[in-house]
Design a protein around this ligand. Structure first.
Ligand code: KG4
Ligand code: ZN
Length: 356
């Protein structure tokens, strides 16, 4: 089955053609991130305008590269549930509905939050691997979401915990801004953290908190990090010490604090649910330090775990995972019933996805 995926939840305009939920025949992503560097973050109105400019060329290119035209695709999948920006999402959804009507093809609505994990089913670098085995635990960490799920099968996703305030990616983006580093914050923080060669003792006092790390639940809270970084930055500025070395240290600490909490809580969930598969997904899972920390803690704890993370370009927003999700959760809806629902919980409810 060939599915055309369309994804426009934020600042990426993406379309892909995917065969049987695994084989990527085309993968096109246009990003307006460059534009948001100037403003230090996304301006929703501007992101939506860019979506309008890009959507037709992107879909056209994906179809041409993927299957040489429209007639070969069997269905259209589109991000219709969040998290996402309403203006951006509308562009993808209206495009998908129009194509579904004109070409008389079924349309499958996808909730972005759940879609991300299907990047783990995609075959990358032509390396055919076995599909991830259920039951499994997955962590989706992105600019708009930080959530832990336990899944017994496709379409059966039990939410077990998530952030109470800022998402992990949001914490990277906001702290980067406080440190004067460019958007998106995750990669900038990672680059600066890697520049910290030796741990200077004079920075010891600036260690950041690891919020909720020891609490007996699967929730996260990252907004305190932003406040802690702001306090340190203000102090350093007052003392005339806000220099490159201090920025590198704080970047290192932000990455370390977020990774420590994500690894600790996620592996706690793996043990509680006796899961033998762990999948990561979302833009933050592109972080090399986080991946390494997971791998080494899994070894330390001697967990017999099939631990998987998609390659970085499939972690961030794209349409291949949207098509993948639709293949494994094939529930087409009449196009008239497809609505844009930016809130993920409301979308899960509206589209009748099992959450238990
Ligand atoms: O999944 P994604 O592309 O979009 C959303 O659905 O939000 O994730 C974007 C987020 C941004 O907050 C960005 O800073 C973060 O993922 N991110 C990273 C890295 N690459 C992207 N965070 C940490 N390390 C990275 N290498
Ligand atoms: Zn995303």
């Amino acid at each position: 089955m060939l599915i055309l995926g369309i994804e426009t939840s934020c600042d990426e305009t993406a379309a892909s053609v995917v065969k049987d939920g695994r084989e990527i025949l085309s993968h096109v992503v246009a990003s307006s991130a460059e534009m948001h560097i100037k403003t230090g973050g996304i301006i929703p109105e501007q992101a939506a305008r860019e979506q309008i400019k890009s959507i037709i060329p992107v879909v056209k290119e994906a179809l041409e590269k993927g299957c040489g035209g429209t007639s070969l695709i069997d269905a259209i999948a589109v991000t219709a549930g969040g998290p996402g920006l309403i203006g951006s999402m509308l562009v993808g959804v209206e495009t998908a509905k129009t194509l579904s009507f004109v070409w008389d093809k079924p349309i499958i609505p996808v909730v972005h939050l759940l879609g991300h994990v299907y990047a783990n089913w995609l075959i990358s670098n032509n390396k055919e691997t076995q599909e991830p085995q259920f039951p499994l635990v997955f962590l989706t960490v992105s600019g708009g979401h930080s959530d832990l799920f336990y899944a017994k099968s496709h379409g059966n996703f039990k939410w077990i915990g998530g952030t109470r305030d800022d998402a992990a990616g949001e914490a990277f983006d906001k702290t980067a801004r406080l440190l004067g580093l460019p958007y998106p914050g995750g990669p900038s923080i990672a680059t600066r953290a890697a520049k910290l060669k030796i741990l200077n003792l004079k920075f010891e006092k600036m260690k950041l908190p690891r919020p909720m790390i020891n609490e007996n639940n699967f929730d996260f809270s990252f907004s305190g990090l932003k406040t802690a970084v702001l306090r340190e930055v203000n102090k350093l500025k007052d003392e005339g010490m806000f220099n490159e070395e201090a920025i590198n240290f704080l970047a290192f600490e932000v990455q370390e604090a977020i990774s420590d909490v994500l690894v600790e809580k996620t592996l706690k969930a793996v043990r509680k649910y006796e899961s033998s598969t762990l999948l990561l997904a979302g833009g933050v899972s592109a972080n090399q330090h986080l991946r390494e920390k997971f791998s080494s803690k899994i070894l330390d704890l001697d967990l017999n775990l099939d631990f998987r993370v998609p390659p970085p370009h499939l972690c961030t927003d794209n349409a291949s995972f949207v098509a993948g999700y639709a293949f494994y959760n094939y529930h087409p809806k009449p196009w008239q019933e497809i609505k844009v629902i930016p809130n993920a919980d409301e979308a899960i409810e509206y589209y009748g996805i099992n959450k238990n």
